[in-house]
Design a protein around this ligand. Structure first.
Ligand code: ADP
Ligand code: MG
Length: 334
């Protein structure tokens, strides 16, 4: 199937997340179902940042949430450091929850408007913290140190409420809150999409610093390829709930082989020379995930589509060193 298969899964000792054949469907009444994520597989190694990119509605957030079991997927496997999460009992999952944190797109609305910043940052300890393990961290000094480490002045911001801070400052608070429980993985779901371009770079730098300092593994989601290109070691390009192309950043960004990846890359303000701006023009509308096209899901908009694409779904297959694609007719250039 297009974007299906597991060829892209690696055989390595330091795999932190291994997602196999993930399926998420939303029933919407009268027997209809949104096929939000259909048979997606990927893995993330220790300390790696995997960027997930694709147009709005392609299933990025659904994938991210299914990874951290909020909610669990309909089908497929999510293995975190060798433990299968989809079959864990609620209590076992609760114990793992601090290790798997998420940061959302809208920094202001994802923070409790009635609470003060110091209280927001220490809240995860009250909700999730193991009292003994986190005893040292509850101290006001520690909360202030964390605020400082994300670039906020505790004296100036600690007793304020989210509405009194800028969007960028609120996103710093979200990052501090996620770090409070000493996580292993942070899922960043469009963390800079609501911010001004000038602030975006600061928050991306902060995430990279925190990743180094705390030894984090990141899943970084964005509809904006230029953002993903800057922060990711590896990239997963999604279209209509499927994997199109995946691999290390150099391969995907410098030798994009899927017509959809090429279209996305041609549409950014300063496209790389490996694509032609004319490739950005896709035919027709984005099909509905309620009734996705047969064959390759991209065929209705693909400039390369042939008869085979209408009937046969291409499996994900390797086309280079850590470079995978689901396309019958990839564009391979030297
Ligand atoms: P993205 O994050 O890439 O924009 P989403 O994962 O949010 O995409 O959504 C994937 C698809 O699933 C979209 O068509 C969206 O409308 C649909 N969807 C998301 N959440 C729900 C829901 N709770 N009920 C029904 N459909 C949903
Ligand atoms: Mg989303």
């Amino acid at each position: 199937m297009a974007g299906s298969g597991t060829a892209q899964l690696r055989d390595a000792e330091d795999i932190v997340l291994r997602i196999e054949n993930l399926v998420v469907e939303y029933p919407i009444g009268r027997g209809r179902v949104v096929h939000a994520v259909s048979d997606v597989s990927f893995d993330v190694r220790e300390g790696e940042t995997l960027g997930i990119v694709g147009e709005s509605g392609c299933g990025k957030s659904t994938t991210a949430r299914a990874v951290i079991q909020l909610p669990p997927p309909n089908e497929g496997s999510v293995s975190y450091r060798g433990r299968e999460l989809t079959t864990l009992k609620a209590e076992e999952m609760r114990r793992l929850r601090p290790a798997l944190q998420i940061i959302f797109q809208d920094p202001v609305s994802s923070l409790n408007p009635r609470r003060k910043i110091r209280s927001i940052v220490s809240e995860p300890l009250r909700v999730w913290g193991d009292k003994q393990r986190t005893a040292g961290r509850r101290s006001p000094d520690n909360v202030d140190r964390l605020l400082e480490s994300v670039g906020l002045d505790p004296d100036a911001t600690g007793e304020r409420r989210p509405s009194e801070l800028s969007g960028g400052q609120c996103q710093r608070v979200s990052i501090a809150r996620a770090l409070m429980l000493d996580p292993d993985v942070i899922v960043c779901d469009e963390p800079v999409s609501a911010l001004d371009v000038s602030v975006q770079a600061q928050i991306l730098n902060l995430l990279e610093d925190m990743k180094e300092r705390y030894g984090l593994t990141l899943l970084f989601i964005s509809h904006d390829l230029s953002v993903v290109r800057n922060i990711s070691d590896r990239v997963l390009v999604m279209y209509l709930g499927k994997v199109c192309e995946m691999g290390n950043g150099d391969a995907v960004f410098e030798k994009p082989a899927h017509p959809y990846t090429r279209a996305l890359l041609a549409a950014i303000p300063d496209p790389a020379p490996c694509v032609d701006v004319s490739e950005a023009d896709l035919k027709g509308e984005l099909p509905s995930p309620i009734d996705p096209p047969a064959g390759c899901r991209f065929h209705t908009r693909c400039p390369q589509a042939q008869e085979r694409c209408r009937v046969e779904e291409p499996a994900v297959r390797p086309i280079g060193d850590d470079h995978y694609i689901a396309c019958h007719f990839p564009i391979l250039k030297e």
